[in-house]
Design a protein around this ligand. Structure first.
Ligand SMILES: [Zn+2]
Ligand SMILES: [Zn+2]
Length: 270
């Protein structure tokens, strides 16, 4: 069974105030647990939730962290991710080898002096950095099938589709589509998914001022949800200033275009 939790839903930067309690203030991270291991997609500040869960296990399970891309809101929870400092932990980090940057070097630079007191290469855990096998169509990890799709976003980004015999979930956390130019490949990638978690950082009005910033709107999200016949749409990458009440209003508007729309909530289980 695809045991999936949403750990962080906020875009750009973490926020903390009583106005954000319902949907959460931690940045993007998702986790899957199977009998064989943990898969973590992105390590925004929400990743600390799964660190706690991993720390409470009697027998350690291997951990694979797969990155959509390396913007800080998807990475800022990694330096303080507790399993890095546990000598019994086994952690693999995976990313797209087609990236224009050298992602291993970028990570090693960021998680090390002077930005952080312990370099990622000095972590106590057994670490490896691996490429996503992009020449294949998909790969299987701990019993979960994983597919990927390039999506438009500054400095490159991937969307992932995770599935097993019980359900399929598309994670498209940072992606910019203009409603008139949604890629056919992406719609096909989402076709029939049980859950589509999609970037809706901007309202349609805000988007006009943020073309090229890498994020979409709830209108685009509902358009894709309809075209791809998904079961449920969950809006995510909530703008840092977006209050709970404003997200409630966005969901109401989005439901007029795609009925089974909700918003990603920190701690949500699918
Ligand atoms: Zn982001
Ligand atoms: Zn980004």
């Amino acid at each position: 069974m695809l045991d999936f939790h949403i750990l962080g839903t906020r875009g750009t930067t973490a926020v903390c105030s009583s106005e954000y309690l319902k949907y959460g203030g931690s940045t993007t991270s998702f986790r899957v647990k199977t009998d064989e291991g943990f898969i973590i997609i992105d390590a925004g500040t929400g990743v600390s939730r799964v660190a706690k869960e991993i720390g409470e296990l009697a027998t350690p399970l291997p951990i694979t962290m797969i990155f959509t891309h390396f913007h800080l809101d998807h990475l800022s929870g990694l330096p303080s991710f507790n399993p890095l400092y546990n000598k019994n932990a086994k952690i693999s980090i995976m990313a797209d080898p087609r990236r224009n940057d050298n992602w291993r070097e970028s990570l090693t630079t960021l998680i090390g002096k002077p930005y952080w007191p312990i370099g990622i290469g000095e972590a106590d855990a057994t670490m490896e950095m691996k490429n996503i096998p992009v020449d294949d169509d998909s790969f299987s990890l701990y019993g979960i099938d994983i597919k990927w799709c390039n999506v438009p976003h500054p400095q490159q980004c991937l969307a992932f589709r995770l599935s097993d015999e019980t359900k399929s979930i598309v994670i498209a956390t940072d992606v910019e589509f203009d409603i008139d130019r949604v890629s056919h490949d992406f719609i096909e990638f989402c076709e029939g998914a049980d859950h589509l978690i999609f970037d809706a950082q901007y309202t349609p009005d805000e988007y006009k001022q943020h073309i090229g910033w890498g994020h979409s709107t709830w209108e685009v999200a509902t358009y894709i949800a309809n075209k791809a016949h998904v079961g449920q749409l969950l809006l995510t990458h909530h703008a840092p200033e977006r209050t709970d009440d404003e997200i409630d209003k966005i969901i109401e508007d989005a439901r007029s275009l795609f009925k089974n729309t909700g918003a990603a909530v920190e701690g949500m289980k699918l």
